[in-house]
Ligand binder design. Structure first.
Ligand code: ADE
Ligand code: ZN
Length: 368
């Protein structure tokens, strides 16, 4: 027997948990989702319903034709369709409906907390006011908390294929909605924005392009994250850490090519928000059995599992857990517990809340 004294002082005998219990544990364990682009949760059915509601013409005849277009060869081929899908979002209610639909899926997967990325520039560039986006998503967070018991927060992402100037303009427009220690009286007290991120086309758009925007966000007291090392090189992870000074790296799977970087990430316990299904759909790995999730964990990194754009990549967070564990037999119950515990460690919430979630997690494993 190899009892393990967990974070909540619960004794768990991981070695006694049979491998065939893993699917149930993966599904039922509480978890936090920290890498979900809310626009990437728009299911084809909802895209068509919103298109009809808003009188938006789509270049696809029906849901099946749209789904058939989801054959991606790399990140850019996905982004082109993803931005087109978001064009049906016009009114505050659309953003609310999209957000709540995600939270319902998340609750079914035993997600206790989700930090939602959103891309305001995708909407403001079409004439949608930023307040429409933020108020709709913030209201979805409130309803999810009240009706589903899932806590939610928002992370405003700058599109890295656009300019620094455009990012600054977006930050200015969002100022009334930011909840930071320095912004004590927001116009919208209900806004759930806790941080900023950096997403879209990685190659050719290194983090340092946004050094000054992130410096300003840091001064405002916002949490900072950035996509790095998804398709881009380890150098982009270094500059996300050193230049942008982010607290988490989104994806980051390229780090294993750089031992000094792995040592740094492990020593500082910088979380990586890994998205297995996304990495296979966008051909970062040819198949799931080639994914480096197990290697990241065994290198002592604070890796987490997330869904990225679940409507486009074949499933929500539990599907990511299930497919990764099915394809990588070296992943065990200890890894499953570690991944959920890492997601709590990496979440932007207070220590007491994390302790409560860890107790819930340990109960699931101790009962086994
Ligand atoms: N926006 C939505 N999904 C993304 C991803 N996987 N990488 C970069 N930007 C994104
Ligand atoms: Zn992403």
């Amino acid at each position: 027997m190899a009892f393990f004294l967990s974070g909540s002082d619960t004794m768990i005998d991981f070695d006694a948990i049979p491998h065939d219990r893993l699917p149930v544990l993966l599904r039922t364990m509480p978890k936090a989702e920290l890498h979900i682009h809310i626009e990437g949760s728009l299911e084809p059915e909802l895209i068509f319903a919103l298109a009809q509601r808003n009188g938006v013409a789509l270049p696809y005849a029906n849901v099946e034709a749209l789904r058939a277009a989801y054959a991606f060869t790399d990140l850019q081929s996905f982004l082109d369709i993803y931005y087109a899908g978001a064009s049906v979002l016009l009114e505050e209610q659309d953003f609310f409906d999209m957000g709540l639909a995600y939270f319902e899926r998340a609750a079914a997967d035993n997600v206790v907390h989700a930090e939602l990325f959103f891309d305001p520039q995708t909407h403001t560039d079409r004439g949608v006011p930023i307040g429409t986006v933020i108020n709709g998503l913030s209201r979805a967070c409130e309803t999810a908390q009240r009706e589903l018991g899932v806590s939610g927060a928002l992370i405003l992402c700058f599109l890295r294929h656009l300019s620094e100037e455009a990012a600054f303009a977006t930050l200015d427009a969002a100022m009334p909605y930011l909840q930071t220690p320095l912004q004590t009286a927001p116009q919208s007290a209900r806004s759930r924005i806790v941080g900023v991120g950096l997403d879209s086309s990685e190659r050719g758009n290194p983090p340092e392009k946004f050094a000054r925007v992130f410096e300003r966000c840091r001064e405002l007291g916002l949490h900072l994250v950035a996509h790095a090392g998804e398709e881009g090189p380890p150098a982009y992870i270094w500059s996300a850490l050193d230049v942008l000074q982010v607290e988490r790296i989104d994806h980051g799977v390229a780090c294993l090519g750089d031992p000094a970087l792995v040592a740094r990430l492990a020593a500082e316990r910088v979380p990586l928000t890994v998205c297995p299904l996304s990495n296979v759909k966008l051909r970062v790995y040819p198949t799931m059995d080639r994914h480096n999730l197990a290697a990241l964990l065994d290198a002592g990194l604070c890796a987490t599992v997330n869904s990225d754009d679940p409507a486009y990549f074949g499933g929500y967070i539990n599907q990511n857990f299930m497919e990764a564990f099915a394809a990588l037999p070296q992943l065990t119950a200890r890894h499953a517990h570690r991944l959920a515990a890492n997601s709590f460690e990496a979440a932007f919430v207070d220590a007491a809340t994390k302790a409560r979630w860890n107790q819930m997690l340990d109960k699931v494993f101790a009962a086994d």
